[in-house]
Design a protein around this ligand. Sequence first.
Ligand code: ADP
Length: 283
Amino acid sequence: MSNNFPVPSPATHGELPQQENGGRPSPVIAVRHLVKTYMVGQTEVHALRGISLQVYPGEFVAVMGPSGSGKSTLLNLIGCLDRPTSGDYWLMGTPVSRMSANQLAGTRNQRIGFVFQGFNLLARASALSNVMLPMVYAGRSSKERERRARRALQLVGLAARVNHLPAQLSGGQQQRVAIARALVNHPSLLLADEPTGNLDSRTSLEILGLLQVLNEQGITIMLVTHNQDVADCAKRRVVFRDGRIVRDETIPVPRSVQEIWAAEVKQGSDGTGVQIEEERSHE
Ligand code: ADP
């Protein structure tokens, strides 16, 4: 895959051209020469050494690489959780690198959904309350917030579990609540950091199936993983080493979770996809 960044002309310095690559839509993410250096005492830690990358609408990108290679640092920068030492970042054509802390927080809340390895749900809040939380800052009425949260939980197959506390849900269900929470503000981008890292292989498949369905519905996904099977479910693989991208390739035939389910159901086991449908039927 081409990694040529659309270098802004002098007249539009800092502005991302709206159309490039012969009419291809503007990237959701465009980063150029992104550098992140941490100071630990007197020592500089070069976490990112000049990353250039574009991610287009509808892509599903798996970010791989050894521990310490810079994957989480990049995800934090793309997720507006941190600022680069140097370099530029455009999110949906908006130059993020120049935003104030308040603008960054607003962008994060409105445009980006996060899913983490540890689910990060509020233990004492129901699934519904957890999913309603990101909308507190969006100035919506409580009725509207509840309606949208119920819809998001329905989308992930948990309409029958809205009043459950996280501890009353399985790991896979908790991660689905987290995905519903990530989607509830209709973000342009879903960022996932090892979303299946705490789940057994069967439940991982369930979550990956959900991510694939969401991606088919048009959500752009960037997912960090150590697991090759997980990465094979994406459409593109970006490999990091020592703060640099060393490989960036299209996955010609992504592993289809639906097909794995279908094969399992054919063999007589109760596929995970069927389970999601069952939970929906309790609405
Ligand atoms: P990965 O996600 O690929 O495991 P990270 O992005 O977490 O890698 O880390 C990249 C490098 O930056 C590592 O050497 C790590 O020790 C260092 N690093 C990450 N976060 C910090 C921090 N807050 N302070 C200092 N060094 C950090």
